[in-house]
Write a protein that binds this ligand. Structure first.
Ligand code: FAD
Length: 426
């Protein structure tokens, strides 16, 4: 049988679930393209940034992940341009002809056009960001220990986190925990002089975790405040020069580390019409994830905007479950196309939302039955669910071990400052 060639751009939740669901399909041969040679698990990269987990806990090389999938080749490369008329994609590493093209490249950090934020702020979108953040945080703590000027020490120990969504909340919680458990032992000379990490969480609205229930929002706020995080509502970061954070209220907070978790956007792809971009620059798709106005091109996951689902007329939230379910649904439809069967429109099944807000405490909202709960049980459930969604058994076992070791030893073992800035010879 002559197999059709599917090119999938992006091996995140959406691309990997589509690829796996078409494993050993007699109808398709897949080329999976990603700019990295590994798959990673975004919900846990903040634990890499804060030295809780290692890179190997949350990543797996694509060539390992798909070593048993014989209808799939992996190619490392960055998407540069699409030529729909000639069914060709141009990559940083060459070009590919396709019968069907699926774009699952996710999103990028949105700095809303502010070049200073882009230059100086730390972000948390991918593993490179997490490793860089870890290096900056640890480096600042070490420099604070050797500094003599008290203002400089304070600045180096101040962390301002912009954005009260799950990423901002989880990072604030874990840094506060560090302050309350390790800092006094590890940086004795600073602690004895009364210095500690000063953690600020800034959000433009009046609550944290806006997508969650009021109960979850209140619990999260209480837990963070109790842990010592200073939460600022109705304030937005306007600018940053690497040392001073300028808020829209006129306040200036001196901090050597600003973490930017406030928004995402989609990079424009050369070769598509402007009309294909909707809110957040997301690619507009129909109920079957077909790119509107294009034949044989699909988009799934965070990168697409689908308004056909009656429960989500403004599009789906950018969550892992949406990406996973869209990947699986598209796989079914691609098989149905070859068999001449009816296609299934995508409909998102919400399995609930969770966030960890401190040591042994998480908040959780379940949709059916509608139930909002928090505390130790929610925290255990959070750990279990995140373990289960890691991509391999090896990562699950290792991560479980690291979590248990950190929990009982109260340590963050991976606090190495490693310079990875040397360029590879091309
Ligand atoms: C810090 C953080 C925490 C999160 N926590 C949660 C959570 O707790 N729960 C939850 O449900 N969701 C969470 N999310 C959101 C969730 O991770 C996303 O919704 C999900 O990853 C989307 O999957 P995706 O496959 O569309 O994109 P991604 O997972 O982003 O994958 C995109 C892939 O495309 C590749 N790529 C990008 N551009 C190119 C290019 N030009 N060429 C080639 N390859 C490219 C990337 O390397 C990546 O592998 C979190 C996100 C972040 C950043």
């Amino acid at each position: 049988m002559n197999k059709q060639h599917i090119v999938i751009i992006g091996g995140g939740f959406a691309g990997v679930n589509l690829s796996r669901s078409l494993a050993n399909s007699p109808y398709y041969h897949i080329t999976l393209v990603d700019r990295n040679n590994y798959n990673f698990f975004p919900p846990l990269i903040y634990q890499v940034a804060s030295s809780y987990l290692q890179i190997s806990n949350v990543t797996l090389p694509f060539r390992t992940l798909f070593k048993k999938q014989h209808n799939l080749d992996f190619l490392m490369g960055e998407l540069e341009r699409v030529d729909p008329a000639n069914k060709t994609v141009y990559l940083s590493s060459g070009k590919l002809q396709y019968d069907k093209l699926v774009i699952a490249a996710g999103t990028d950090t949105n700095f809303f056009g502010n070049e200073n934020l882009k230059k100086y702020a730390l972000c948390m979108k991918n593993l490179d960001d997490a490793l860089y953040m870890k290096k900056c945080l640890l480096n600042n703590f070490e420099l604070a220990a050797s500094a003599t000027n008290e203002d400089e020490i304070r600045e180096r120990l101040t962390i301002l986190i912009a954005g009260g969504g799950p990423s901002g909340v989880e990072l604030s919680g874990i840094m506060a925990e560090y302050n309350n458990t390790l800092f006094a032992h590890d940086f004795r000379s600073l602690a004895q002089r009364g210095f500690r990490l000063d953690i600020h969480l800034v959000d433009g609205s009046t609550s944290l975790l806006k997508a969650m229930s009021e109960k979850a929002q209140t619990t999260a706020l209480k837990a963070l405040e109790k842990a010592g995080v200073q939460v600022h509502f109705k304030k937005r970061v306007q600018d940053y020069n690497g040392q001073e954070v300028f808020l829209d209220t006129g306040e200036v907070i001196r901090a050597r580390q600003l973490v930017w978790t406030t928004g995402v956007t989609v990079k424009t792809i050369e070769g598509f019409n402007e009309e294909i971009y909707g809110g957040g620059n997301r690619l507009l798709v129909d109920a079957y994830n077909r790119l509107i106005g294009y034949e044989d091109i699909y988009a799934i996951g965070d990168i697409c905007l689908q308004k056909s689902d009656e429960n989500y007329p403004d599009g789906h939230p950018q969550l892992a479950q949406v990406a996973i379910q869209q990947g699986k649904n598209l796989a079914k439809n691609l098989v149905n196309i070859t068999k001449g069967k009816t296609l299934h429109p995508f409909s998102y099944y919400d399995k609930g939302t969770m966030a960890i807000v401190g040591k042994s405490i998480a908040v959780a909202d379940l949709p059916k039955p509608k139930w909002s709960f928090s505390g130790f049980f929610a925290w255990l459930l959070w750990l279990f669910i995140h373990l289960m969604f890691l991509v391999s058994y090896r990562n699950r076992i290792r991560t479980f071990f690291e979590w248990m070791a950190s929990y009982f030893s109260k340590d963050k073992p991976f606090r190495y400052i490693i310079d990875e800035s040397k360029k590879i010879n091309q």
